[in-house]
Design a protein around this ligand. Structure first.
Ligand code: ZN
Length: 243
């Protein structure tokens, strides 16, 4: 499967950028994981918006769902122009009723996932892990039967991640703080937290994402490398990973 980072900023997008959004593709099936602010604009650099097959959301904070509304408009406008009558499935949890109901529109349908069950979307099988965050939020383990990606979404550090992440090929972590900063009150992790999970779970590679807009982001990589000896990437729009 192939991952393309669409947006990597936490909270709000830096100029010209986007917050959390990740495109995962296999066999011509395109799954968008989260749809943060600026993501629809960035997505179109890599994918026709009508070529999306499904969307799955970790939670309903704005920096993960801000572009759902304009994605719905994009599909609606295209339905007028081309006459297509496809419906885009948007998977989300139903613990936030208002958030979940917002997923259904003329050309999109909200589908509730049960975080206790495996979910099949196209060629992918997803498992969920409830995170420690200010609102209900779920990390995901995405498998295509050959390789696996774990995405922590937004979370405070907890050893609960070790088992869920175990032996994954790629771990994408919430890295909204620098080493030594305490992200727990904000519901996020720092570079050391993510690297510790990667080390303890024997992850193949680590991508630090949900990045802060201040400081020197490359420091995050150096901090993580002090703990995790595998490959560490700093998320940036357009970065791809394939296995
Ligand atoms: Zn959040």
């Amino acid at each position: 499967m192939k991952l393309t980072i669409i947006g990597q900023w936490g909270g709000y997008p830096a100029p010209g950028g986007a917050t959390s959004a990740y495109l995962i593709e296999k066999d011509n099936f395109s799954l968008l994981v989260d749809a943060g602010s600026g993501s629809l604009s960035n997505l179109q650099k890599y994918k026709e918006v009508m070529d999306l097959d499904a969307v799955v959301l970790s939670h309903y904070h704005h920096d993960h769902v801000a572009d759902i509304g304009v994605l719905q408009y994009a599909w609606l406008v295209n339905s007028y122009v081309t006459g297509h009558d496809e419906i885009l499935p948007i998977y989300g949890h139903a613990e936030d009723k208002k958030g979940f109901e917002s997923l259904t529109h003329n050309c999109t349908e909200g589908i509730a996932y049960d975080p206790n069950e495996e979910l099949k979307i196209g060629p992918f099988t997803l498992a969920f892990q409830r995170t420690k965050h200010s609102v209900p939020c779920f990390g995901m383990r995405i498998s295509d039967g050959e390789s696996e990606i774990v995405y922590t979404a937004d979370t405070t550090f907890t050893e609960d991640w070790y088992g869920f992440v175990k032996d994954t090929d790629l771990l994408i972590t919430d890295c909204n703080f620098y080493a030594g900063q305490d992200g727990s009150k904000a519901g996020h992790m720092n570079s050391s937290d993510g690297a510790t999970i990667a080390r303890e779970a024997d992850a193949g590679e680590l991508i630090l994402s949900h990045l802060p807009q201040y400081g020197n982001n490359s420091d995050l990589v150096n901090e993580a490398k002090e703990i995790f000896t595998g490959i560490v990437h700093l998320a940036e729009a357009g970065l791809t990973w394939e296995k």
